[in-house]
Design a protein around this ligand. Structure first.
Ligand code: SF4
Ligand code: SF4
Length: 57
């Protein structure tokens, strides 16, 4: 499973809920998931107020 980032608003809510430091930005406001650090807990998916994180099969 992977998480797609669609229409991220840069609010950083996901940074706060990810316990694994898997949300990265590389200087952009748009969130990216570090696949090597992500433990697929989906806390970020539930927390995003914009529904910007979508679980992909
Ligand atoms: S919580 Fe959603 S909108 Fe906010 S930075 Fe993360 S992905 Fe973007
Ligand atoms: S699924 Fe969990 S571990 Fe992966 S980026 Fe989201 S909050 Fe972090």
């Amino acid at each position: 499973m992977t998480i797609a980032v669609l229409n991220c608003q840069g609010c950083r809510t996901c940074d706060k809920v990810c316990k694994y430091g898997a949300i990265i930005r590389n200087g952009s406001k748009v969130a990216k998931i570090d696949a090597e650090k992500c433990q697929e807990c989906y806390a970020c998916v539930e927390a995003c107020p914009y529904g910007a994180l979508v679980i992909m099969d």
